[in-house]
Design a protein around this ligand. Structure first.
Ligand SMILES: [Zn+2]
Ligand SMILES: [Zn+2]
Length: 230
């Protein structure tokens, strides 16, 4: 019989949901000491007949799986080997154990699913941040994508209303940065504008004489850069 190989996330989910204690002795269990025990021994995978008998004896559902959260508990390796490969007699105490693990299994499974999806999310965020840092994706690409998708539904209406006079036609206020500047976008480009009625003169484009929007040193309105020589 090939022994089931647990992944770390399964071990962790089982350990965490059994209060970080050994199922058999009840003593605290460190994560590096966790072994996973099968209540109904794994060797029964090799003897269909005996497994059917056991299933009947313990009134296990047809769907009962030996390698599933409904049959897995955390324990010390010493406690695991002490129990060995015995199948416990069909005592009421053992039936209660099986029932308890079965009832808990849904919660452990949910926890494990969440754990995996968090890992997936974290990986994607990590990749995104790496790509932003490397410049594979630029901040403005990201802003444009956000205005096309996410921010389309984002409710900046209240703030937009407050600054209505200051936002050029066809542009949308999508954020206000740490300095109080408006980040605006029109689905094609993004830029910064001052959110005051009388902006500092440095905001004025030397070419088109508008207050941006600015994309770095480039005026999005006329497309020229502020440092460019005439
Ligand atoms: Zn133990
Ligand atoms: Zn300009």
């Amino acid at each position: 019989m090939k022994k089931y190989v647990f992944c770390y996330s399964q071990k962790y989910a089982i350990w965490k949901n059994y209060d970080m204690k050994c199922f058999w002795c009840g003593e605290p269990l460190r994560i590096m000491d966790v072994t996973i025990d099968h209540i109904i021994p794994e060797r029964l995978l090799d003897s269909e007949e005996e497994f059917m008998e056991i299933k009947e004896k313990y009134s296990l559902a047809d769907a009962f799986q030996i390698n599933d959260f409904c049959n897995w508990v955390p324990c010390h390796s010493t406690c695991n080997s002490k129990k060995g490969k015995r199948v416990f007699p069909g005592s009421p105490a053992f039936l209660m154990i099986i029932d308890g693990v079965l009832r808990k299994s849904e919660k452990v499974k949910d926890y494990h699913d969440k754990l995996l999806s968090n890992v997936k999310t974290d990986k994607q965020i990590g990749e995104l941040l790496t790509n932003l840092e490397k410049g594979v994706i630029s901040d403005s690409d990201l802003l444009i994508l956000l205005t096309r998708t996410k921010y389309k539904h984002y409710n900046y209406a209240e703030k937009e209303n407050k600054f209505k006079e200051l936002i050029p036609d066809g542009w949308k206020l999508i954020d206000i940065d740490d300095y109080g500047h408006g980040v605006i976008a029109n689905g094609k480009a993004s830029g910064l504008i001052p959110l005051t009625v009388e902006p500092h003169h440095s905001w004025r484009c030397p070419h088109c004489h508008e207050f941006g929007p600015w994309h770095g040193s480039r005026c999005v309105n006329c497309g020229r850069t502020s440092v460019e020589l005439d």
